[in-house]
Design a protein around this ligand. Structure first.
Ligand SMILES: [Zn+2]
Length: 241
């Protein structure tokens, strides 16, 4: 009886030991599988966070563009046929340009003013100079004593800015649908004070009834803003080659 019981005990101990070994093996294999899964997850998430940074780190840098809404506050600018002032037109259009640039990963837009406040010309240029901006784009509406005078013109001052002016003007003149008055060199204070690429856009004549009606329409402002952004984009993409 005793021998039989001892044998039974030994068998139970053996079964117990085997089950412990099997159990440990199962625990180990579960651990091993889960660690590979989490390991994979780590690499996947690491890859997904690394890739956008990789794109940013590529030679395609983010260009700092300063959008300058002409006039503002105590300086109303030109008075349009309807009695509207240039300062509100330039702010409306500049805001649209700024927002479109924000959607482009290649640009980092900045504004010289975001509401109806007065900013002097030195400060406008200094904003761009302090940022070491890649380009300064001043937005205006034109004025003339003769209401028949109409059209779009783009100004630059330094020779380095000529090509930039041409690229933006090409898109702008087409989009406004106004008379193309061309790209002109002129020593506007804000252009002279800028250290980097700088242009001044006279979108159309607020003193011309037809130009003004278009310029005050939301649709025309959107078209114009898109054209300015596409001109800026074309210039920098061409320069990257
Ligand atoms: Zn102006």
């Amino acid at each position: 009886m005793k021998r039989i019981r001892r044998k039974q005990l030994q068998r139970r101990q053996t079964i117990f030991m085997i089950s412990i070994v099997v159990f440990m093996g199962m625990v180990w294999s579960i651990y091993a599988v889960s660690s590979t899964i989490s390991g994979n997850q780590i690499t996947t998430s690491a890859e997904s966070t690394v890739s956008p940074n990789k794109n940013m780190a590529t030679p395609n840098k983010r260009y700092k563009i300063v959008i300058d809404a002409g006039h503002g506050g105590k300086d109303p600018g030109a008075e349009g046929v309807s009695g509207n002032h240039e300062r509100s037109y330039t702010l409306a259009l500049s805001t649209k340009v700024y927002e479109l640039l924000q959607q482009e990963p290649m640009f980092e837009p900045h504004s010289t003013r975001t509401d109806d406040t007065f900013v002097n010309l030195e400060d406008r240029a200094h904003i761009a100079n302090d940022l070491d901006a890649d380009a300064f784009v001043s937005i205006h509406g034109n004025t003339f004593s003769d209401p028949d005078v109409s059209g779009t013109e783009t100004y630059y001052y330094t020779d380095e800015s000529l090509l930039f002016a041409s690229k933006v003007h090409e898109q702008l003149a087409e989009a406004t649908g106004f008379k193309d008055r061309g790209v002109k060199k002129e020593g506007w204070e804000v252009l002279k004070l800028s250290n980097n690429l700088a242009i001044l856009l006279e979108i159309g004549f607020l003193t011309n009834p037809s130009d003004e009606t278009n310029m005050l329409s939301e649709m025309h402002q959107n078209q114009t803003a898109e054209a300015i952004v596409s001109g800026i984009k074309k210039y920098f993409l061409d320069r990257e080659g």
